[in-house]
Every structure is written in structure tokens, then in C-alpha cells.
Design a protein. Structure first.
Length: 139
């Protein structure tokens, strides 16, 4: 069985943003030489997310509005976490909602997706460098 590991690095200039990382994950799969197995993609920061959905701008806008209603950034004083000097209590909650990682089957050397599925990095407290782990195992 083969094993492959790579870190992808991102620096989103805004507080929040979504980046389609499907192409980068496919490149990792190609580099791994795995044709049958599993791929794990996870955000290695507690205010970022990795998730699967459609790459459609209206949906991304809806995510922004929905997440901001559920965990608004302001007022920052409403979050006990922010009493530590941080201002990202909302980002921790948004990450919890969107998830830490995804696992995708690899079949015939390709990501075994359903229609329209893409992998995204979600940033909820940006403006600094963060990483995503890609781990692939299989034959």
C-alpha cells in the first residue's frame, strides 16, 4: 500500500473566503500514484474548513449569509472566547458548522465524485498563512 502526504498553504486576504481546491487535490492524487484508495483533506487550523459542494457563486453567497446569521462576527463582545483578546469567536463556530475534513474515494486514479461535487477550503479568520493536509492511502 502506498502513502502520500502534502500540505497546501493558503493566505486569504479577507476575513472570510472560499477557495476551490479540487485541482490541487487532483494534482496530489496524480503525484501519489494511487489508483484505488482514499484521500483525506483536512484544514489544520481551528478557524478554517474543508467541505464538498457545488462551485456556484450563488451558493457561496448563501453560505456567507447563513453563516453570518448563525454566528455573526459583530459584536465581538458577545463571544466569551474573545475575552482572551481574540476577535474570532465566530470563526470557530463557523468552522464547526462547515466541518474539518472530507474523505473521498479514489477509483481508477480519479476522485470518485457525484455530479457537481468539488472540494473547497473555507476561511473564517483570514489574513494569515494556514495549511490544509492532503493524505492519500491505497494502491
Amino acid at each position: 500500500m502506498k502513502s502520500y502526504r502534502k500540505e497546501l498553504w493558503f493566505n486569504v486576504n479577507a476575513r472570510r473566503g472560499f477557495i476551490n481546491i479540487t485541482g490541487q487535490v487532483e494534482q496530489c492524487l496524480k503525484e501519489s500514484g494511487v489508483s484505488e484508495g482514499l484521500i483525506l483533506v483536512n484544514a489544520m487550523h481551528i478557524t478554517a474548513s474543508v467541505f464538498i459542494n457545488d462551485d456556484e457563486s450563488g451558493l457561496h453567497h448563501d453560505y456567507e449569509e447563513w453563516l453570518e446569521k448563525l454566528a455573526p462576527h459583530e459584536p465581538v463582545s458577545k463571544y466569551q472566547h474573545n475575552r482572551t483578546g481574540e476577535d474570532n469567536g465566530d470563526a470557530h463556530l463557523k468552522r464547526q458548522l462547515m466541518g474539518r475534513e472530507v474523505v473521498v474515494a479514489v477509483t481508477n486514479g480519479k476522485l470518485d465524485f457525484g455530479p457537481w461535487e468539488q472540494i473547497f477550503y473555507g476561511e473564517f479568520d483570514g489574513r494569515r498563512k494556514k495549511r490544509v493536509l492532503v493524505k492519500i492511502i491505497g494502491d
